[in-house]
Design a protein around this ligand. Structure first.
Ligand code: PEP
Length: 246
């Protein structure tokens, strides 16, 4: 079957002192978890985390070029070089605030795969798109752009994150999320049925200790991408504890 995964997205938060406290709390309880966990953090803290966390570390972004005159960018090869294993790509904050396109996201995924890193591909619709019945059209368009250049077996995970649920306290119901996850899996299956059955499809959007178990009980929800609640190691541990091994 497929891995269950619970991934922290710290966004632009943290400090060396805060992170050290987070790691200490997390590492003490990590052995009791049955799902796999990953922490995605700002570039500057990744090396520290690789050296201290008992689980895999991920980046929150990557360059879409390999190397050269791209001031301020960080390549997939550089991330691999310091021991990073995963990277979030296409988060809605990057699509909305930094103008990332479906094609740009696909290019980043391809760079990660070439460097043997696992892309965590985020897809999701805005509230307006959901209200106008365009959810499937939007998330499948975002997925298709990536499937044109990356084989499904090379995707680390897909994260379905309705934009209207990120950091808002609003959550898709388990049934709403399950319906989209099933559509995403069916689209992957059209390309590679075997990969579709093993690919982890995560839900993200205001997941908290109180709502995690009902979301993770759905058959196509294989874990979560956790933003705000992941800043508190005890909340993140509670969410991970609510995610059963499959
Ligand atoms: C996210 O940013 O990926 C996210 C899911 O955030 P939150 O959990 O805060 O909604």
């Amino acid at each position: 079957m497929r891995d269950t995964l619970v991934i922290a997205n710290w966004k632009m938060n943290g400090s060396r002192a805060d992170n050290a406290r987070w790691v200490e709390t997390f590492n003490a309880k990590a052995p009791s978890l049955s799902s796999r966990c990953v922490v995605c953090a700002p570039f500057v803290y990744l090396s520290d985390l690789v050296n201290t966390l008992s689980i895999d570390v991920g980046a929150e972004n990557v360059a879409d070029e390999v190397q050269g005159a791209y001031t301020g960018e960080v390549s997939a090869e550089m991330l691999a070089d310091i021991g990073v294993k995963w990277t979030i790509v296409g988060h809605s904050e990057r699509r909305t605030l930094y103008g990332e396109t479906d094609e740009g996201v696909a290019k980043k995924c391809a760079r990660l795969v070439s460097a043997n890193l696992r892309p965590i591909l985020c897809v999701g619709e805005t509230l307006e798109e959901r209200k106008s019945g365009k959810t499937a059209e939007v998330v499948l368009r975002q997925l298709d752009a990536v499937l044109k250049v990356v084989s499904p077996k090379d995707l680390g995970a897909i994260a379905y994150e309705p934009v209207w649920a990120i950091g808002t306290g609003l959550t898709a119901t388990p049934e709403e999320a399950q319906a989209v996850h099933a559509q995403l899996r069916a689209r992957v299956a059209e390309v590679d049925d075997v990969a579709a059955q093993t690919l982890s499809i995560l839900y993200g959007g205001s997941v908290k200790p109180a709502n995690a178990a009902t979301l993770f009980a759905m058959p196509d929800i294989d874990g979560g991408l956790i933003g705000g609640a992941a800043l508190n190691p005890n909340d993140f541990l509670s969410i991970a504890q609510a995610c059963p091994a499959r």
